[in-house]
Design a protein around this ligand. Structure first.
Ligand code: FMN
Length: 360
């Protein structure tokens, strides 16, 4: 029997599958449109896009599908701490710049947060959902999105965060388990401690809030989707599984690293961006983390700006040892496919898994 949950009706989708926003290029308009056409909903991670590129991405999606899509932002962030001396952080990454034939790294400056302008651009896209991570949105932003008829979805990594999000007026909550690839959404308490597994987090969040809950983190196939639904989630949000699709806009070296990775070879690190994020362990991660003093790794987004030229060059040169290989712990289940084939496989696998469990 096909799965149907109230959140699926709200989002206008036929399968309980959300393609995660993947800021940095993973989530191309081609992927978002393919997921929509296949009955799920895809998100554009708009945090790192220039303002005019946000509208452009939305128009490209619209030229390919009339179905719903979403856009995702980071919540406004506090200004980063800037150490008096940037040398320790620059010195740590300099050898990697040299190995790639780049000029020595330059001291990064903190860009203006730019949340209001970014939100304005997102509100103009015609997207039907606004999701966000790394915090709470200002009341005015939630209201502005809702006034446009958008569904608003926040990200929690603990029960306390889910309760705070519900109080802020969101329509649904992504429960992001510790297995998840990419940045941890943690915003209450110690940034390093919100690494609760999906299996433990989802039911505890469901018990604490009345908003629909979306399970995320380590879900790669229909077995994971079925398990999340049985826990009471109303949909799943999957990132890593979509990164090895043909439509994903990441370098081939990144896709190959995921397809060759194992479950115990990912780690949460600050080395690339200054904020904890889970990725496949590589030499850059190991070297920059090891013995880094308090100023060895800058705060987000300074560290992100510092390492950007290196990551861009590494992508062009096909060198995975210098890329931020964001990926979740389910890497061994990744497959080389297309977004529409993946969606079809996920639907069939979910039905089969639910039937096996006697829930079909
Ligand atoms: C490459 C990558 C980039 C991501 N970027 C974002 C983002 O911009 N916004 C966001 O809310 N979540 C982002 N995430 C996290 C996902 O929303 C989701 O929590 C995660 O992918 C789930 O774990 P999985 O990768 O094991 O499926 C990203 C994840 C990955 C792998």
């Amino acid at each position: 029997m096909p799965v149907r949950t109230p959140l699926m009706t709200l989002l206008g989708i036929e399968h309980p599958v959300i393609q995660a926003p993947m800021a940095g290029g993973g989530d191309t308009p081609a992927m978002v449109a393919a997921v929509a056409e296949a009955g799920g909903i895809g998100f554009v991670g708009a945090q790192y896009l220039a303002l005019d590129r946000i509208g452009e991405a939305a128009r490209t999606i619209r030229s390919r599908t009339n179905r719903a899509f979403g856009v995702n932002l980071f919540a406004p962030q506090p200004a980063p701490r800037v150490p008096d001396d940037l040398r320790p952080a620059l010195d740590r990454v300099a050898p990697f710049f040299a190995e790639l034939g780049l000029e020595p790294p330059e001291a990064p400056t903190a860009p203006a947060d730019g949340f209001e302008d970014r939100l304005e651009a997102v509100l103009e896209t015609g997207a039907s959902v606004l999701s966000f991570t790394l915090g709470l949105l200002p009341d005015s932003a939630v209201q502005a999105a809702k006034a446009r008829g958008m569904t608003v979805i926040g990200t929690a990594t603990t029960v306390d965060e889910a309760v705070a999000l519900e109080r802020s007026g969101v329509d649904a909550i992504v429960a992001q388990g510790g297995e998840a690839g990419g940045h941890r959404g943690t915003f209450l308490g110690d940034l390093e401690s919100g690494v609760v597994g999906t299996m433990a987090l989802v039911p505890q969040v469901i018990d604490a809030v009345s908003a629909p809950v979306i399970a995320s983190g380590g879900i790669m196939d229909g077995r994971g989707i079925a398990a999340a639904l049985v826990l009471g989630a109303q949909a799943v949000q999957m990132g890593t599984a979509f990164l090895t699709c043909a439509e994903a806009g990441v370098p081939e070296a990144y896709k190959a690293a995921i397809l060759g990775a194992a479950e115990h070879r990912t780690r949460v690190t600050r080395a690339f961006s200054g904020r904890p994020a889970r990725g496949i362990v590589n030499r850059f991660m190991d070297d920059v983390e090891s013995g880094a003093g308090p100023d060895g790794i800058l705060d987000f987004p300074l560290q992100n700006g510092l390492t950007r030229p290196m990551r861009t060059a590494a992508g062009q040169q096909g060198k995975a040892e210098y890329l931020s290989l964001w990926a979740g712990q389910g890497v061994r289940l990744a497959r080389r496919t297309t977004a529409s084939e993946l969606m079809a496989a996920l639907a069939a696998e979910t039905e089969a898994a639910l039937a096996r469990a006697g829930c079909g």
